[in-house]
Design a protein around this ligand. Structure first.
Ligand code: URA
Length: 199
């Protein structure tokens, strides 16, 4: 089965399992993730916003535009990467995802990563960073890559070695000049990380 077919199965499983029924009620549709299933870099955001909920695609609103600008600054395009979120339905009024919502979706995120097998996971915002590194303080450790071993869910002897690069969330940085520049600067570390993993 191709990676895309395996991802399609995970998508279907989220629907079949009726994950976070309360969010299913208020959201328009599932925003599963998109991009290249063979990508070496996966970006993980927080949860879909209004535009993502309407289109079914991650990061297509204002934060997504800013993300596209930053990708361009390091010569990456959407077709080179894969993008998804921790929580895959829009929370009402874009409230923060609840701990139980993040927990409910974690196995599916992990399944996506097990299929894609990226070398780098760029987390956008603290909800995403803390799903991989619960003790990480984003204000202190943004832009500092960490080597992490993710155990496979059905075979813990098998691990996925990934570099986690924790970044601020582009939505938080949109209207905060200082944070915006910090995020732009942190993004520029991505080419070095790519160079390291390909040599
Ligand atoms: N913010 C997120 O975290 N994810 C999206 O898909 C859009 C905005």
């Amino acid at each position: 089965m191709s990676k895309q077919q395996q991802l399609d199965e995970i998508r279907q499983k989220i629907l079949d399992d009726n994950v976070t029924p309360e969010l299913v009620e208020t959201a328009t549709q599932l925003v599963f993730g998109s991009g290249n299933p063979d990508a070496e870099i996966v970006f993980v955001g927080e949860a879909p916003g209004k535009k993502e909920d309407l289109t079914g695609e991650p990061f297509v609103g204002a934060a997504g535009k800013f993300l596209d600008e930053m990708l361009q600054s390091v010569n990456l395009q959407r077709k080179d990467i894969y993008i998804t979120n921790i929580v895959k339905y829009r929370p009402p009024n874009n409230r923060d995802p609840l701990p139980e919502e993040k927990k409910a979706f974690l196995p599916y995120l992990q399944a996506q990563l097990e299929v894609i097998q990226p070398k780098v996971v760029v987390t956008l915002g603290r909800h995403s960073a803390n799903s991989f590194l619960p003790d990480l303080q984003i204000s202190r450790e943004h832009g500092h890559p960490k080597q992490v071993q993710l155990a496979f869910r059905d075979d813990p002897s098998q691990v996925l070695e990934v570099i986690i690069l924790p970044l601020f969330h582009p939505a938080a940085a949109l209207y905060n000049g200082g944070l915006r520049q910090t995020l732009l600067d942190d993004f520029l570390t991505i080419p070095d990380i790519i160079k390291k993993i390909t040599h």
